[in-house]
Design a protein. Structure first.
Lengths: 446, 536
């Protein structure tokens, strides 16, 4: 009798295993943002006040492209005189490609601007693509650059059908300086800030060597959009494709990260990013999280003395966001904890290398931005020196943290130092540097 | 031939054209006036419409802010959240009843944003702060500009403003441009408010305004410094386009304007073009019609002329053809007459008839030829010294038979024996025609009287009859070619109507004349010949 029941038991066990496995896999909410809260030094030296970095990272979950949420996009295209010829032709091609890639449920609008602004295609669902494509082909280039007006009208178009169940974005393509309406980086930054708060990210694509990269990055950064430097108009289509890829991969919007530093823990500053620090709280808002992409912030805090062997909560991280798939608001919580130890070796060996690498990069990025500021003022030597400092830091950290990528970046810093000495190509170099800085700072994909 | 006609026709065409052009021009000018007035109205409408759109946006934002800002004594965390999240608000604030700024509180930990806000607005919160109206500085210095909806002479603080109105705006200029404060007072006497993101405001306003370059002229939204914020309408090529009109925006942007630049009044493209197009079309149509008509008339009359000419030429040729045989007939008739003896009276009579008829035919042909020659160069006369009386007698001889047959009594009184310079043929033609007329039309009078006198270098020949005469109405016309009085007298009698005109022409060619004299009854024609005559 026992012999007969044996296989049955095995089957039962196997079955229950399967059920458990199933529950683990499908029962738990798999489609959720991954929150990572990691101190750079999980173990601190005891009996002294020290500074450490807390990383708060968010990674988007995978989504099925076929069942993506609809998007609400406004293309704002510069058709000033400087765009004549190859540039406007490529821009139109890229725009047509965007329309081709979108579907019937997507909402599309097209605004062009020169001395005046024209809403060529008011916000519409793309059920009839032929008319939209025809409007795109009718674009002609001539005149001034009313960038502010163009972006404003683009925002208005997105606003018409704005909904939190879709991705709302303005994509701006410009090759020149804004000269009609508010035109300073600061003003465009404010516009970006306003748009971002509305939930509309503005991605800025700078074409050629004549645009104002500060203006474009301020607009993008404050609204949490992407920024691209396209030197050759041949690359436009590719960039648009990448941008659209990003847009189609948004998994969460209205992201708010609040780091509550525990009493006694002093928040010093956020590396490289701009966040709101008030008292013990550090607040960062992001417009969206993309699938399989990580966005993070690095917070430098001062930790008071701790006894060896003690553990301490240094911060509590709250993240709130709107899940675009479930269409629900979700929250995540995690605590950052450190412990104290007498041994330096223990401290060293417990360092979170990944966070340190990211911190190094962030610091280098900050310094790179300062280099650009110095170079703008004419202090070439100072700028070069900063870049060389970067190279040195990156090199040394590459060894310590065993990260060959940092070596690569050190080399790039050295090359950068050389490049910024050249007067004639400074315009191009600057745009290139600003674009790279933007990418690192905002952790954009392209 | 046709030059006169051509000139006439050209005049006929040009004159009305000139009149029409003048009328058209004055009409267009009148319409320009009207268009200009319409343009002024249109401009005003456009400006007002744009101003209205801006007003709507401002009201929308105002009501959003009123809704957004909490009433009562809100927890500051809520105000902080609004400051972080709202696209409209950069920083919210809260004033106590006594006018102290309770949020953001400088005594507590502040974020960077809050700190900057306090720096910017420090002077505003001072109880004794005097908020004065100010002109906008040329360069951006740290100045305070305030004006509420209603300006009062005495200075106010924000709190006292709040006591008077439920909500309001305070605009001012900082280093980086326009800043706006919006406040709303609560029932408890506190004030909740927010610094509004000026750029958001401008962006919403911009998005609401017209776009593109379809409107004529350039519309420019300018801020308090006169700097262009947004533009629409057709940009002109020259930078010197005059400022035509401007309106100011409602509070809190009353230092802002919408300006219109243009060298001409706006109109819908259609208007001007349509007007001009219509005028031009009508004008062109008229011209074409006139040209068409005059060409038509010209050709028609040319044709008539040409036809007439053909006819005349034909008649000429025919007459010439006829003349030759006639000459032969006359010649042989005369020869025959000479051959006849006195006894052969019946043959003689028949011959006479032949001669008379031949004569008639010859004269008729002569008339025609003479007349047709007029059209070209005029008949040529070759005056030679002849005796008029001889000619009269000669012609009379041809008529004698028929006159006798008609019972017409002939009375001759010829006293012009002296020679005069006269083309014998022409003279004969004149007499012939006169006598022919008497025979045809004056026969009822049964009388023919011919007299000739010479006096004072002139020869007078009269041919009179006692027939019905010529009615008064026709007196002047009888000498015109082809003219025949149509009456019972002339009906039934064939005639060409050219006899008298030819006779007169011939008479005048010699320097004389042929006239119809006054007579109590019948007709009396007087032919005057100067003795010296004229050489042709």
């Amino acid at each position: 009798m026992k012999k007969a029941s044996f296989p049955l038991r095995i089957k039962a066990a196997a079955l229950s295993l399967l059920v458990i496995a199933g529950q683990t896999l499908y029962g738990s909410p798999a489609r959720q943002i991954q929150l990572e809260v990691s101190p750079s030094h999980p173990v601190l030296l005891s009996d002294r006040t020290q500074t450490t970095t807390i990383k708060v990272g968010l990674t988007g979950f995978d989504i099925d492209r076929a069942h993506r949420s609809p998007v609400n996009i406004s293309l704002v295209i510069d058709r000033s005189g400087s765009m004549q010829g190859e540039k406007i032709r490529r821009a139109k091609e890229a725009a047509e490609m965007v329309v081709d890639m979108l579907g019937e449920d997507d909402i599309f609008s097209l605004v062009t601007y020169s001395s005046s602004v024209e809403t060529l295609v008011p916000s519409t669902r793309l059920t009839e693509k032929a008319d939209v494509l025809r409007s795109i082909r009718s674009i002609r280039a001539a005149g001034n650059t009313a960038l502010f007006g163009g972006v404003s009208k683009g925002l208005a178009e997105v606003r018409k059908f704005q909904s939190r169940n879709q991705v709302n974005r303005v994509i701006l393509l410009s090759d020149g300086l804004a000269n009609v309406g508010p035109s300073t980086p600061r003003e465009l930054g404010k516009l970006g800030n306003s748009a971002g708060r509305e939930g509309i990210a503005v991605t800025t694509i700078g074409l050629g060597l004549g645009y104002n990269e500060d203006l474009m990055t301020q607009l993008a950064m404050n609204s949490d959009g992407n920024h691209a430097f396209v030197e050759n108009s041949n690359d436009l289509a590719r960039i648009f494709e990448q941008e659209l890829g990003d847009v189609l991969s948004v998994v969460a919007q209205e992201v708010e990260i609040i780091i509550h530093c525990r009493p006694g823990i002093r928040p010093i500053r956020v590396l490289d990013r701009q966040a709101n620090i008030k008292g013990q709280d550090v607040i960062l808002t992001l417009n969206q999280i993309y699938s399989s992409q990580e966005k993070f912030l690095l917070l430098e805090v001062e930790v008071p003395e701790g006894r060896a062997g003690a553990k301490r909560d240094i911060a509590e991280v709250e993240v709130a966001y709107a899940n675009i798939v479930t269409r629900e608001k979700e929250q995540l919580r995690q605590t950052a904890m450190v412990s104290f130890d007498k041994s330096e070796t223990t401290v060293k060996s417990s360092v979170n290398k990944k966070v340190m690498v990211e911190s190094t990069r962030a610091l280098a990025n900050e310094r790179s931005r300062s280099a650009v500021t110095l170079r703008d003022k004419g202090d070439v030597k100072g700028a070069e020196s900063l870049m060389m400092q970067n190279a040195a830091m990156l090199k040394s950290q590459a060894g310590i943290l065993e990260e060959p990528e940092l070596m690569q970046e050190a080399q790039e810093a050295e090359e950068g130092a050389e490049e910024l000495k050249k007067k004639e190509s400074w315009g191009k170099t600057r745009k290139s540097m600003v674009k790279k800085q933007y990418k690192t700072q905002n952790q954009t994909k392209y | 031939m046709n030059r006169k006609l051509a000139v006439c026709l050209i005049l006929i065409t040009l004159l009305p054209l000139a009149v029409i052009s003048w009328l058209g021009a004055s009409r267009i000018m009148g319409q320009q006036d009207q268009l200009r007035r319409q343009g002024e109205i249109l401009l005003k409408n456009n400006l007002d419409n744009a101003g209205q759109r801006i007003q709507n946006i401002l009201l929308q934002i105002e009501s959003s802010l009123i809704q957004l800002l909490p009433t009562g004594e809100p927890p500051f965390a809520e105000l902080a959240s609004i400051s972080r999240r709202s696209p409209l608000v950069t920083q919210a604030f809260f004033l106590s009843r006594s006018g102290t700024l309770l949020y953001p509180d400088s005594n507590l930990a502040l974020s960077t944003g809050e700190r900057d806000f306090l720096t910017r607005t420090r002077l505003l919160w001072n109880d004794n702060a005097v908020l004065q109206g100010n002109t906008v500085p040329e360069n951006q210095k740290r100045r305070l500009v305030q004006s509420s909806g209603r300006m009062k002479k005495t200075p106010h603080s924000l709190l006292s403003l709040a006591l008077e109105q439920p909500h309001g705006w305070i605009p001012w200029y900082w280093e980086d441009g326009l800043h706006l404060l919006f406040w709303k007072s609560t029932a408890e006497g506190t004030v909740t408010g927010a610094e509004v993101n000026g750029i958001t405001l401008i962006s919403r306003i911009t998005a609401s305004l017209p776009e593109g370059d379809e409107m004529t002229g350039r519309y420019v939204l300018t801020d308090a410094r006169g700097v262009s914020v947004y533009e629409w309408g057709r940009e002109s090529e020259d930078t010197g386009t005059p400022l035509v009109q401007s309106i100011s925006l409602p509070s809190p942007l009353h230092a802002w304007q919408i300006r219109f630049y243009g060298s001409e009044m706006p109109s819908t493209e259609g208007d001007i073009r349509n007007q001009v197009l219509m005028q031009a079309t009508v004008f062109i149509l008229l011209i074409l019609t006139m040209i068409g008509l005059s060409v038509y008339f010209f050709r028609e009359s040319s044709r008539s002329f040409r036809e007439a000419e053909h006819q005349v030429q034909f008649v000429n040729r025919v007459s010439h053809e006829l003349k030759t045989p006639l000459t032969n007939i006359r010649l042989y008739a005369e020869l025959l007459e000479d051959k006849l003896s006195e006894d052969e009276t019946s043959a003689g009579k028949q011959l006479q008839v032949i001669q008379t008829e031949t004569e008639r035919l010859t004269r008729l042909i002569s008339n025609i030829l003479t007349f047709s020659k007029q059209d070209k160069t005029g008949p040529k006369i070759k005056p030679t010294p002849v005796c008029v009386d001889d000619i009269i007698r000669q012609i009379l001889k041809a008529f004698k038979p028929s006159l006798e047959q008609l019972g017409i009594q002939i009375e001759l009184d010829l006293q012009a024996s002296a020679n005069v310079a006269l083309d014998a043929d022409a003279g004969g033609q004149v007499i012939y025609n006169l006598l022919s007329n008497v025979e045809k039309y004056g026969r009822s009078g049964k009388y023919l009287g011919i007299t000739s006198r010479q006096k004072g270098g002139l020869t007078y020949i009269t041919v009179a009859d006692k027939g019905p005469g010529i009615p008064r109405a026709h007196l002047r016309k009888i000498f015109t070619p082809y003219y025949r009085v149509s009456s019972s007298v002339t009906e039934g009698i064939s005639g060409t109507g050219i006899g008298l005109s030819i006779s007169r022409e011939l008479a005048r060619l010699h320097g004389g004349d042929l006239v119809l004299s006054e007579s109590r009854y019948g007709c009396t024609f007087k032919w005057i010949i100067p003795s010296r005559g004229q050489t042709a």
